[in-house]
Design a protein around this ligand. Sequence first.
Ligand SMILES: [Zn+2]
Length: 511
Amino acid sequence: MKIEELNKQEELLIENNKHGKHGEVKSTTQIPLVTFYETVSLRIKTELMTIRECERLRRITERDTRIIRDYLRIIYHNEEKILRKNGKVSASLLDKLTLTTSKKTNHKLRTSVPHDLKKRYPRCSFDELQECRDKAIWTYESWKTQQNVSKNELSRPSFKKKTPRPLFKGTQGRGTFQVHHEPVNTDAKLWLELRDSLDTKRSSNRTHNRLWLPLAYSPYHEKRLKLENIKMMELVHKSKEQQWWAHFTLQYSIPQYQSILPPAVLGVDLGIKKTAVAVLLNPTGRVIMDEIRFIVDKERQSKIWQISRQIKETQRKLNKSLNNGQHTEQLNATLFSLRRRRRSVTEQELGYAVNQLVDFILQLKKRYNLFVSVGYPKNIRKRHRRGSGNKSLRKKVHKWCFRYFITRLQYQLTKYGFEPHRVVAVNESWTSKRCSRCNSLNTTRTGQGQFNCHQCNYELDADLNGAKNIGKRLIRYALKPKFSGIRDTLTEDYHPLRHYNCFQPLGQWLK
Ligand SMILES: [Zn+2]
């Protein structure tokens, strides 16, 4: 009943939002947006390029490196002239030293400057020079801030390596690069089109050819690289491997989450074949609610075991007849149908467990600013149990169970208005071995599922210990300053830390 009521509320909310979008009913509160950046790197398939194209790529980067070096030299020599009070370089003052103006703007016309870069690089356009200028300024400023922090004298950045300028993507055909997706192309599905003022001489005519670079584009990149969010691109040469890479910077905007409820993390340890155990923690790692179990349906459970036994038997017969050189079509068909049946029964079973968990989470959501951390086995080896045919198959079935459970949970919860970043699959390796109180690995697990720590003499249920660790893992990721966000182990989705900022003042227990 309660879920139905909640459903209606959600529907109403969605309805309201729809109206808000069309401007009929204006929403009174506007959620502020947060922007964050992510980098995705793709290798350039130089093996598909002609020698001429490779040569051009090299020339572009070498020219850029020279210009950036020049800019840096000018900055070093004129520090007192161009530095602002806050220690930042003023780009406009730098321009006054390096670039002449052809048009009269609000300032006077500049016909001569001390370091005329346009004269030195006549083919280079103003935009390109300014992109190089920005790169030089960034480099200088980051060197300066590091120098202020460090005790030792740091050497100045010298740009011995090839360093092309960063390129920005303009809107609708403008800008210096474009990314083209060609799903039918067999050579490369993604192409990078570079526009550059470098000349290509054909007979006496001068033309500006565009450089097309094929990119190594895998399904992994397809998931992560949202083409419409690309803001910036940098070409990087890795001299060791003799390879070129394109680093894309993506920009995302997401609504900032605000809540007055106390934050809490629900750690869920999935024991697919018996029970799922959950535990509710506050951001300091203390337990708010202990041992929440989701007992699976016994009848269906025994059915799964029965089918698994049948599968095992059929497989043994199959191996036997294969060794004797007999026909195996009949047995293969039986095996296939048995596996399919097991899959459908397991699916029902897991769906039942997910529904219980979803009910429970929706109850908690009313009282807490809730995040859910679910353990997902990246390394399935230790987890498999006997009784379902050969080893690799057992692993597969098991992994599939976990995936099914978590994706279903994420899907159901987002349907009920839970933001997607609130359900994260974290890597569950070592969570069953580690002590949830003192982090020691000097532990044993007895036959009855009891967990003993020899370091601090802590005793508790083994699954509960795992659930605690899984909950803590999410908090730990969210508190570690070296991460800028949490990546979901299953979906590869990226959730920036700003979603979890309620944890940040509470990090003491991590030491
Ligand atoms: Zn311990």
